[in-house]
Design a protein around this ligand. Structure first.
Ligand SMILES: N[C@@H](CCC(=O)N[C@@H](CS)C(=O)NCC(=O)O)C(=O)O
Length: 159
């Protein structure tokens, strides 16, 4: 039966949903505008960590089972691409991963296992925010905090 109370509850739920959508859109817009030139062109910032995993380990990162861990966000196409490759290459039992909160707010990506069924804690480094993972890799790091991140559990750094 529809009572004034149930109507009020569903109105509140609807408003909360609208608020979340607006907040997500605003945060993504903030991110996007940071990377625009005066003429509106999107310029991708250079990555700070861009090493390679090699079979013989000559890069410093040897291909080893259970050595690497991915940090992703399902809202990020670049991060989703790494998950697609992980699956297509049959690496699901070899490379673990965590999922940050899809809502990007002030302070950057955060781990929020209570957001929904897909988001997780940081099960490797126990961080509250992805920023902490970058600072573990380089305590002086001052660049962008982006996903995806491939973490090397053996040397404690970002690949
Ligand atoms: N360097 C990364 C960039 C990926 C990237 O820009 N990710 C976005 C989400 S789709 C991000 O983490 N943005 C956070 C921010 O700019 O603060 C790559 O090329 O894989």
């Amino acid at each position: 039966m529809t009572t004034p109370l149930t109507t009020l509850r569903s109105t509140i739920r609807f408003s909360q949903t609208l608020y979340r959508i607006a907040a997500a859109a605003t945060s993504m817009a903030t991110v996007a505008t940071k990377d625009l030139t005066a003429t509106g062109e999107f310029v991708r910032r250079p990555t700070a960590f861009h090493n390679k995993i090699t079979a013989d380990g000559s890069s410093g990162f040897k291909a080893e089972a259970n050595r690497y861990h991915l940090y992703v966000c399902y809202a990020c196409p670049w991060a989703s691409r790494t998950l697609a490759v992980r699956k297509l290459k049959g690496l699901e039992k070899i490379i673990s991963f965590n999922v940050v909160d899809w809502l990007l707010e002030e302070g950057g990506w955060k781990f929020n296992p209570n957001r929904d069924d897909a988001t997780t804690a940081d099960t490797v480094n126990g961080s509250a925010r992805l920023r902490e993972v970058y600072l573990k890799a380089d305590s002086c790091y001052a660049g962008a905090i982006t996903v995806p991140v491939l973490w090397d559990k053996k040397t404690g750094t970002i690949v």
